[in-house]
Design a protein around this ligand. Structure first.
Ligand code: PEP
Ligand code: MN
Length: 359
């Protein structure tokens, strides 16, 4: 695909991030309107969200009020002047949402994952001038996320934004959906003009982590936040554990520390430059050492080949990992970093030895 030229969905607000807020689901007309009015009264936002059709993991959960909720969103627009957005997952959703004047469409994580669904939506909006936000797919597959962006772009949509809501995982985690920040960072690197919003609600799954995750997104230069808000979060019909009141949302936003990308303070820039030079030199040293390590590894490969010994020796690998994690912790390096680092080095070693063995 040739380079994509995106246009912004939002005009950049002054001194605060782009804010998308509103309930997980539209439940009743009263709940939707009171959320919107309370938000309007406590915190300036750019877009009001509410799910009308809800993709739920298990059947018999609340699956959204359907089309009737679109009338409530229309009232939100009329009474508050806020722009509104909802999730669309098929052609009918698109047509219904547009009929009721929804300003921005969003693709949910379970839609981005499926190219057939994404294409169906792309075909439905072909040639229209409607902004679209695309959530990351539930699985940590950057190309699937990019593929969805490309499908929507090919339909002629230029106002595209992405929403990082974290990725499903197996096993225990403090998050409902692991953020895996590196995937979003790589997306930003490849598409620097794309607006990126952090959905801290679906990453966290609970209220306690919302603020630190939002802060981390700000520190990584995300453009905005999408946060689920509800007048009485505990009684919400979906995602009760992670929703907060409009007032708590206002506090969360006000407590964010916003840092600038650049500075023109010369002293600061000079010091920063010095530190960066040190990093560059250390990176060079690390590379030299890694090169030397691989050379030894290749020698071992030759040696194993001559003696007809297999490459992989799991007992040795476990031993190396344990020792490295211990040594790493003394240097302030986390066990998970040590594991990822050693795994990368180990895989490269195995690849190189494999080439030698099969030469
Ligand atoms: C939502 O925003 O309420 C939602 C269903 O999100 P996701 O697609 O990220 O699970
Ligand atoms: Mn939700």
């Amino acid at each position: 695909m040739t380079t994509m030229n995106f246009q912004p969905i939002f005009s950049k607000p002054n001194k605060r991030p782009i804010l998308v807020a509103g309930p997980c689901s539209a439940e009743t007309e009263e709940q939707v309107l009171s959320t919107a009015h309370q938000l309007k009264a406590t915190q300036e936002i750019d877009l009001f969200r509410a799910g009308i059709w809800k993709p739920r993991t298990r059947p018999n959960s609340f699956e959204g009020v359907g089309t009737v909720g679109l009338k409530w969103l229309k009232r939100v627009k009329e009474e508050t002047g806020l722009k509104v957005t909802t999730e669309v997952a098929n052609r009918e959703h698109v047509f219904e949402a547009l009929k009721y004047g929804v300003d921005v469409l969003w693709l949910g994580a379970r839609t981005t994952v499926n190219p057939f669904s994404v294409q169906e939506i792309a075909d439905a909006i072909e040639g229209m001038d409607i902004p679209v936000m695309i959530k990351n797919p539930i699985n940590p597959d950057l190309n699937l996320w990019i593929g969805a962006i490309e499908r929507i772009y090919k339909a002629g949509i230029r106002r595209i934004g992405v929403v990082h809501r974290g990725f499903s995982q197996h096993g225990n985690s403090q998050y409902r959906n692991e953020p895996r920040w590196n995937i979003a960072i790589e997306l930003m690197r490849q598409f620097p003009e794309l607006t990126i919003i952090c959905d801290n609600s679906h990453i966290c799954g609970n209220r306690t982590l919302l603020a630190p995750v939002a802060q981390k997104a700000m520190d990584l230069n995300y453009h905005g936040l999408m946060t689920e808000t509800h007048p009485t979060p505990d009684t919400a019909w979906s995602d009760a554990n992670q929703q907060i009141t409009p007032e708590a949302f206002g506090d969360l936003v006000n407590n964010l520390v916003l840092r600038s990308v650049d500075s023109d303070d010369e002293m600061f820039l000079e010091n920063l430059d010095g530190l960066r030079q040190q990093i560059d030199l250390l990176d060079d040293d690390l590379l030299k050492l890694l090169g030397a390590r691989m050379e030894v590894s290749r020698k071992i490969g030759e040696y194993k080949k001559e003696n007809n010994i297999s490459i992989l020796q799991p007992s040795r690998w476990n031993e190396i990992l344990k020792i490295a994690q211990h040594k790493g912790s003394e240097k302030g390096l986390s066990a998970s970093f040590m594991e990822r680092y050693l795994q990368a080095v180990h895989h490269e070693s195995i690849d190189q030895q494999n080439k030698i063995m099969n030469k």
